[in-house]
Design a protein around this ligand. Sequence first.
Ligand SMILES: NC(=O)c1ccc[n+]([C@@H]2O[C@H](COP(=O)([O-])OP(=O)(O)OC[C@H]3O[C@@H](n4cnc5c(N)ncnc54)[C@H](OP(=O)(O)O)[C@@H]3O)[C@@H](O)[C@H]2O)c1
Length: 331
Amino acid sequence: MNYMPAESRYENMVYRRSGHSGLKLPAITLGLWYNFGGVDTLENGREMIRRAFDLGITHFDLANNYGPPPGSAEENFGRVLAEDLKPYRDELVISSKAGYYMWPGPYGEWGSRKYLVASCDQSLKRMGLDYLDIFYSHRPDPNTPLEETMGALDYIVRSGRALYAGISTYDPEQTRQAAAILRDLGTPCLIHQPRYNMFDRWIEDGLLDVLEQEGIGCIGFSPLCQGILTDKYLKDIPEESRAAKYDGAFHWGDSINQDRIEKVRKLNQLAQARGQSMAQMAIAWTLRHNTMTSALIGASRVSQIEEAVSALKNLQFDGGELQQIERILAA
Ligand SMILES: NC(=O)c1ccc[n+]([C@@H]2O[C@H](COP(=O)([O-])OP(=O)(O)OC[C@H]3O[C@@H](n4cnc5c(N)ncnc54)[C@H](OP(=O)(O)O)[C@@H]3O)[C@@H](O)[C@H]2O)c1
Protein backbone atom coordinates (compact mmCIF):
# COMPACT_ATOMS: atom_id res chain seq x y z
CA MET A 1 0.00 0.00 0.00
CA ASN A 2 1.25 3.48 -0.82
CA TYR A 3 2.85 5.18 2.13
CA MET A 4 1.49 8.53 3.23
CA PRO A 5 3.51 10.04 6.07
CA ALA A 6 1.64 11.30 9.12
CA GLU A 7 0.68 14.95 8.79
CA SER A 8 1.50 15.35 12.47
CA ARG A 9 5.14 14.32 11.95
CA TYR A 10 6.66 17.66 12.94
CA GLU A 11 4.41 18.33 15.94
CA ASN A 12 6.29 16.63 18.75
CA MET A 13 9.88 16.06 17.65
CA VAL A 14 12.59 18.30 19.07
CA TYR A 15 15.15 19.60 16.55
CA ARG A 16 18.57 20.78 17.61
CA ARG A 17 21.13 22.74 15.62
CA SER A 18 24.33 20.84 14.84
CA GLY A 19 27.09 23.04 16.29
CA HIS A 20 27.32 26.41 14.57
CA SER A 21 25.88 25.09 11.31
CA GLY A 22 22.55 25.82 9.69
CA LEU A 23 21.45 22.19 9.93
CA LYS A 24 19.01 21.02 12.58
CA LEU A 25 18.75 17.36 13.44
CA PRO A 26 16.03 15.49 15.31
CA ALA A 27 16.97 14.82 18.93
CA ILE A 28 16.45 11.13 18.11
CA THR A 29 18.14 9.64 15.05
CA LEU A 30 17.61 6.08 13.81
CA GLY A 31 20.74 4.07 12.99
CA LEU A 32 20.70 1.05 10.68
CA TRP A 33 23.73 -0.85 12.03
CA TYR A 34 21.65 -3.86 13.10
CA ASN A 35 18.24 -5.20 11.98
CA PHE A 36 18.16 -3.69 8.49
CA GLY A 37 20.57 -6.06 6.70
CA GLY A 38 20.15 -8.85 4.18
CA VAL A 39 19.72 -11.37 7.03
CA ASP A 40 16.78 -9.37 8.46
CA THR A 41 13.16 -9.05 7.36
CA LEU A 42 12.83 -6.15 4.96
CA GLU A 43 9.21 -5.55 6.00
CA ASN A 44 10.19 -5.03 9.64
CA GLY A 45 12.88 -2.57 8.58
CA ARG A 46 10.41 -0.76 6.34
CA GLU A 47 7.87 -0.46 9.16
CA MET A 48 10.51 0.98 11.48
CA ILE A 49 11.71 3.54 8.93
CA ARG A 50 8.12 4.61 8.15
CA ARG A 51 7.17 4.90 11.82
CA ALA A 52 10.35 6.84 12.56
CA PHE A 53 9.57 9.37 9.84
CA ASP A 54 5.96 9.62 11.03
CA LEU A 55 7.32 10.60 14.44
CA GLY A 56 9.56 13.34 13.06
CA ILE A 57 12.80 11.36 12.83
CA THR A 58 14.21 12.96 9.72
CA HIS A 59 17.74 11.64 10.14
CA PHE A 60 18.81 8.08 9.22
CA ASP A 61 22.37 6.96 9.87
CA LEU A 62 24.13 4.36 7.73
CA ALA A 63 27.63 3.19 6.88
CA ASN A 64 29.13 1.22 4.01
CA ASN A 65 29.57 -1.90 6.15
CA TYR A 66 26.16 -2.11 7.89
CA GLY A 67 24.31 -5.37 7.29
CA PRO A 68 25.17 -8.18 7.46
CA PRO A 69 26.27 -8.75 4.77
CA PRO A 70 28.16 -5.45 4.49
CA GLY A 71 26.37 -3.04 2.18
CA SER A 72 22.95 -4.68 2.57
CA ALA A 73 21.58 -2.10 5.04
CA GLU A 74 22.24 0.61 2.44
CA GLU A 75 20.61 -1.53 -0.26
CA ASN A 76 17.54 -2.11 1.89
CA PHE A 77 17.34 1.53 2.89
CA GLY A 78 17.57 2.41 -0.82
CA ARG A 79 14.63 0.09 -1.51
CA VAL A 80 12.46 1.71 1.18
CA LEU A 81 13.52 5.12 -0.02
CA ALA A 82 12.54 4.34 -3.63
CA GLU A 83 9.23 2.75 -2.70
CA ASP A 84 8.08 4.95 0.19
CA LEU A 85 10.16 8.02 0.85
CA LYS A 86 11.34 9.31 -2.52
CA PRO A 87 8.84 12.23 -2.60
CA TYR A 88 10.18 13.31 0.81
CA ARG A 89 13.91 13.32 -0.01
CA ASP A 90 14.21 17.00 0.87
CA GLU A 91 12.81 16.27 4.34
CA LEU A 92 15.51 13.70 5.07
CA VAL A 93 19.07 13.82 6.33
CA ILE A 94 20.85 10.64 5.24
CA SER A 95 24.37 9.89 6.36
CA SER A 96 26.95 7.27 5.49
CA LYS A 97 30.54 6.55 6.46
CA ALA A 98 33.68 4.80 5.37
CA GLY A 99 36.62 3.69 7.47
CA TYR A 100 36.18 0.02 8.37
CA TYR A 101 36.95 -2.97 6.18
CA MET A 102 34.75 -3.09 3.10
CA TRP A 103 36.62 -4.84 0.28
CA PRO A 104 39.88 -6.77 -0.13
CA GLY A 105 43.20 -5.20 -1.03
CA PRO A 106 44.93 -2.05 0.15
CA TYR A 107 42.11 0.34 -0.85
CA GLY A 108 39.19 -1.21 1.02
CA GLU A 109 39.44 0.37 4.49
CA TRP A 110 40.92 3.19 6.64
CA GLY A 111 41.32 6.79 5.48
CA SER A 112 42.95 7.22 2.07
CA ARG A 113 41.35 9.49 -0.50
CA LYS A 114 41.25 6.47 -2.84
CA TYR A 115 39.10 4.46 -0.40
CA LEU A 116 36.82 7.24 0.86
CA VAL A 117 35.82 8.54 -2.57
CA ALA A 118 35.27 5.04 -4.01
CA SER A 119 33.27 3.97 -0.96
CA CYS A 120 31.13 7.10 -1.08
CA ASP A 121 30.30 6.36 -4.73
CA GLN A 122 29.39 2.78 -3.83
CA SER A 123 27.10 3.97 -1.01
CA LEU A 124 25.32 6.41 -3.31
CA LYS A 125 24.75 3.62 -5.82
CA ARG A 126 23.49 1.14 -3.21
CA MET A 127 20.98 3.67 -1.88
CA GLY A 128 20.04 5.06 -5.30
CA LEU A 129 20.87 8.57 -4.13
CA ASP A 130 22.20 11.59 -6.02
CA TYR A 131 23.83 12.89 -2.85
CA LEU A 132 24.28 12.14 0.84
CA ASP A 133 23.57 14.75 3.46
CA ILE A 134 26.49 13.84 5.71
CA PHE A 135 29.57 11.78 4.85
CA TYR A 136 31.85 10.66 7.69
CA SER A 137 35.35 9.41 8.14
CA HIS A 138 34.29 6.44 10.31
CA ARG A 139 37.56 6.19 12.26
CA PRO A 140 40.93 7.94 12.36
CA ASP A 141 43.68 6.26 10.32
CA PRO A 142 47.05 6.24 12.10
CA ASN A 143 48.90 5.67 8.79
CA THR A 144 47.30 8.25 6.50
CA PRO A 145 48.02 11.97 6.88
CA LEU A 146 45.01 13.71 8.39
CA GLU A 147 45.32 16.26 5.56
CA GLU A 148 44.60 13.50 3.05
CA THR A 149 41.55 12.15 4.89
CA MET A 150 40.11 15.61 5.49
CA GLY A 151 41.02 16.59 1.91
CA ALA A 152 38.95 13.63 0.72
CA LEU A 153 35.96 14.77 2.81
CA ASP A 154 36.31 18.28 1.39
CA TYR A 155 36.46 16.84 -2.15
CA ILE A 156 33.38 14.67 -1.50
CA VAL A 157 31.47 17.78 -0.46
CA ARG A 158 32.80 20.01 -3.26
CA SER A 159 32.04 17.40 -5.90
CA GLY A 160 28.40 17.28 -4.77
CA ARG A 161 28.50 13.76 -3.35
CA ALA A 162 27.62 15.03 0.14
CA LEU A 163 26.41 18.28 1.66
CA TYR A 164 28.34 18.11 4.94
CA ALA A 165 31.41 16.38 6.38
CA GLY A 166 31.66 14.55 9.70
CA ILE A 167 34.10 12.49 11.74
CA SER A 168 33.50 9.55 14.03
CA THR A 169 35.43 8.25 17.05
CA TYR A 170 38.29 10.81 16.68
CA ASP A 171 39.88 11.72 20.03
CA PRO A 172 39.90 15.35 21.26
CA GLU A 173 43.30 16.25 19.76
CA GLN A 174 42.58 14.53 16.43
CA THR A 175 39.25 16.35 16.38
CA ARG A 176 40.86 19.73 16.93
CA GLN A 177 43.34 19.08 14.12
CA ALA A 178 40.71 17.71 11.75
CA ALA A 179 38.48 20.73 12.44
CA ALA A 180 41.33 23.14 11.66
CA ILE A 181 42.19 21.41 8.37
CA LEU A 182 38.55 21.29 7.28
CA ARG A 183 38.02 24.93 8.22
CA ASP A 184 41.05 25.95 6.13
CA LEU A 185 39.71 23.97 3.21
CA GLY A 186 36.38 25.79 3.48
CA THR A 187 34.31 22.74 4.46
CA PRO A 188 33.65 23.06 8.19
CA CYS A 189 33.25 19.89 10.20
CA LEU A 190 29.50 19.58 10.82
CA ILE A 191 29.40 16.87 13.42
CA HIS A 192 31.26 14.28 15.45
CA GLN A 193 29.82 10.81 16.06
CA PRO A 194 31.22 9.27 19.24
CA ARG A 195 29.85 6.50 21.39
CA TYR A 196 28.15 7.86 24.52
CA ASN A 197 26.11 6.24 27.24
CA MET A 198 26.04 5.87 31.05
CA PHE A 199 28.62 3.08 30.85
CA ASP A 200 30.93 4.81 28.38
CA ARG A 201 31.59 8.47 29.21
CA TRP A 202 34.93 9.05 27.46
CA ILE A 203 33.63 12.13 25.64
CA GLU A 204 33.27 13.97 28.95
CA ASP A 205 37.10 13.97 29.22
CA GLY A 206 37.79 16.73 26.73
CA LEU A 207 35.91 15.88 23.54
CA LEU A 208 32.72 17.78 24.43
CA ASP A 209 34.80 20.86 25.27
CA VAL A 210 36.58 20.71 21.92
CA LEU A 211 33.28 20.34 20.09
CA GLU A 212 31.81 23.33 21.89
CA GLN A 213 34.89 25.47 21.20
CA GLU A 214 34.98 24.45 17.53
CA GLY A 215 31.22 24.80 16.99
CA ILE A 216 30.85 21.16 15.95
CA GLY A 217 27.69 19.20 16.69
CA CYS A 218 27.63 15.82 18.43
CA ILE A 219 25.54 12.72 17.75
CA GLY A 220 26.12 10.09 20.43
CA PHE A 221 25.76 6.49 19.30
CA SER A 222 24.62 3.48 21.38
CA PRO A 223 22.89 5.58 24.08
CA LEU A 224 21.36 2.33 25.38
CA CYS A 225 24.70 0.49 25.41
CA GLN A 226 23.19 -1.82 22.78
CA GLY A 227 20.16 -2.56 24.96
CA ILE A 228 21.87 -3.10 28.32
CA LEU A 229 20.54 0.27 29.55
CA THR A 230 16.92 -0.88 29.26
CA ASP A 231 14.83 -3.17 31.43
CA LYS A 232 15.16 -6.06 28.97
CA TYR A 233 18.03 -7.93 30.67
CA LEU A 234 16.91 -7.45 34.27
CA LYS A 235 15.50 -11.00 34.56
CA ASP A 236 17.32 -13.00 31.90
CA ILE A 237 18.56 -12.80 28.33
CA PRO A 238 15.42 -12.95 26.17
CA GLU A 239 15.64 -15.04 23.00
CA GLU A 240 14.68 -12.08 20.81
CA SER A 241 17.52 -9.83 21.94
CA ARG A 242 20.81 -8.70 20.48
CA ALA A 243 22.70 -10.50 23.25
CA ALA A 244 21.04 -13.85 22.48
CA LYS A 245 21.12 -13.52 18.70
CA TYR A 246 24.79 -12.64 18.63
CA ASP A 247 25.84 -15.45 20.96
CA GLY A 248 26.07 -13.31 24.06
CA ALA A 249 28.92 -11.28 22.58
CA PHE A 250 28.41 -7.56 21.97
CA HIS A 251 30.76 -5.31 20.06
CA TRP A 252 32.86 -2.67 21.77
CA GLY A 253 33.55 -4.79 24.84
CA ASP A 254 29.98 -4.48 26.08
CA SER A 255 28.90 -7.31 28.25
CA ILE A 256 26.00 -8.11 30.48
CA ASN A 257 27.49 -8.74 33.88
CA GLN A 258 26.00 -8.75 37.35
CA ASP A 259 27.56 -5.41 38.28
CA ARG A 260 25.94 -3.68 35.33
CA ILE A 261 22.58 -5.36 35.86
CA GLU A 262 22.56 -4.27 39.51
CA LYS A 263 23.23 -0.70 38.42
CA VAL A 264 20.51 -0.83 35.78
CA ARG A 265 18.09 -2.18 38.41
CA LYS A 266 18.72 0.88 40.60
CA LEU A 267 18.67 3.27 37.66
CA ASN A 268 15.40 1.71 36.56
CA GLN A 269 13.80 2.64 39.90
CA LEU A 270 14.93 6.22 39.47
CA ALA A 271 13.58 6.25 35.90
CA GLN A 272 10.19 5.05 37.18
CA ALA A 273 10.15 7.81 39.77
CA ARG A 274 10.68 10.26 36.89
CA GLY A 275 7.76 8.69 35.02
CA GLN A 276 10.08 7.21 32.40
CA SER A 277 11.24 3.78 31.33
CA MET A 278 14.90 2.88 31.80
CA ALA A 279 15.54 3.31 28.07
CA GLN A 280 13.90 6.73 28.08
CA MET A 281 15.96 7.98 31.01
CA ALA A 282 19.19 6.66 29.42
CA ILE A 283 18.41 8.56 26.21
CA ALA A 284 17.37 11.76 28.00
CA TRP A 285 20.56 11.62 30.09
CA THR A 286 22.77 11.65 26.96
CA LEU A 287 20.84 14.68 25.66
CA ARG A 288 21.43 16.76 28.79
CA HIS A 289 24.57 18.40 27.31
CA ASN A 290 24.02 21.53 25.23
CA THR A 291 26.52 20.26 22.66
CA MET A 292 24.60 17.00 22.16
CA THR A 293 22.64 17.39 18.95
CA SER A 294 21.04 13.96 18.72
CA ALA A 295 20.88 10.54 20.37
CA LEU A 296 21.63 7.89 17.75
CA ILE A 297 19.55 4.86 18.65
CA GLY A 298 19.15 1.39 17.19
CA ALA A 299 15.92 -0.58 17.17
CA SER A 300 14.66 -4.05 16.36
CA ARG A 301 10.95 -3.16 16.42
CA VAL A 302 8.60 -0.23 16.03
CA SER A 303 7.69 -0.05 19.74
CA GLN A 304 11.34 0.70 20.65
CA ILE A 305 11.33 3.74 18.36
CA GLU A 306 8.06 4.97 19.87
CA GLU A 307 9.49 4.53 23.36
CA ALA A 308 12.65 6.43 22.45
CA VAL A 309 10.75 9.37 20.97
CA SER A 310 8.58 9.57 24.11
CA ALA A 311 11.77 10.16 26.10
CA LEU A 312 11.66 13.72 24.74
CA LYS A 313 8.65 14.47 26.96
CA ASN A 314 11.03 14.72 29.92
CA LEU A 315 14.57 15.88 29.19
CA GLN A 316 15.01 17.76 32.47
CA PHE A 317 17.09 16.36 35.33
CA ASP A 318 17.23 18.10 38.67
CA GLY A 319 20.50 18.21 40.61
CA GLY A 320 19.37 15.47 42.97
CA GLU A 321 18.58 13.07 40.13
CA LEU A 322 21.93 13.67 38.47
CA GLN A 323 23.73 13.06 41.77
CA GLN A 324 21.80 9.87 42.31
CA ILE A 325 22.78 8.64 38.84
CA GLU A 326 26.43 9.48 39.59
CA ARG A 327 26.26 7.55 42.86
CA ILE A 328 24.70 4.49 41.25
CA LEU A 329 27.23 4.46 38.38
CA ALA A 330 30.20 4.95 40.72
CA ALA A 331 29.16 2.25 43.22
N1 LIG B 1 30.23 5.53 14.36
C1 LIG B 1 30.38 4.31 14.84
O1 LIG B 1 31.50 3.79 14.95
C2 LIG B 1 29.16 3.55 15.27
C3 LIG B 1 29.29 2.34 15.98
C4 LIG B 1 28.12 1.69 16.41
C5 LIG B 1 26.87 2.23 16.12
N2 LIG B 1 26.78 3.39 15.40
C6 LIG B 1 25.46 3.97 15.05
O2 LIG B 1 24.65 4.03 16.21
C7 LIG B 1 23.41 3.37 15.95
C8 LIG B 1 22.83 2.85 17.23
O3 LIG B 1 23.70 1.88 17.82
P1 LIG B 1 23.10 0.76 18.76
O4 LIG B 1 22.17 -0.08 17.97
O5 LIG B 1 24.22 0.12 19.49
O6 LIG B 1 22.22 1.70 19.77
P2 LIG B 1 21.47 1.45 21.13
O7 LIG B 1 20.30 2.37 21.05
O8 LIG B 1 22.40 1.56 22.27
O9 LIG B 1 20.97 -0.08 21.10
C9 LIG B 1 19.90 -0.45 20.28
C10 LIG B 1 19.38 -1.84 20.65
O10 LIG B 1 18.89 -1.85 21.99
C11 LIG B 1 17.70 -2.62 22.06
N3 LIG B 1 16.62 -1.71 22.45
C12 LIG B 1 16.31 -0.49 21.92
N4 LIG B 1 15.26 0.07 22.56
C13 LIG B 1 14.88 -0.80 23.51
C14 LIG B 1 13.86 -0.79 24.49
N5 LIG B 1 13.03 0.25 24.61
N6 LIG B 1 13.76 -1.85 25.33
C15 LIG B 1 14.61 -2.89 25.22
N7 LIG B 1 15.60 -2.98 24.30
C16 LIG B 1 15.73 -1.93 23.45
C17 LIG B 1 17.47 -3.20 20.65
O11 LIG B 1 18.14 -4.45 20.55
P3 LIG B 1 17.37 -5.88 20.58
O12 LIG B 1 15.88 -5.62 20.66
O13 LIG B 1 17.78 -6.56 19.33
O14 LIG B 1 17.91 -6.55 21.80
C18 LIG B 1 18.19 -2.20 19.79
O15 LIG B 1 18.59 -2.71 18.54
C19 LIG B 1 23.78 2.33 14.90
O16 LIG B 1 22.64 1.86 14.18
C20 LIG B 1 24.72 3.12 14.03
O17 LIG B 1 23.98 3.96 13.17
C21 LIG B 1 27.90 4.06 15.00
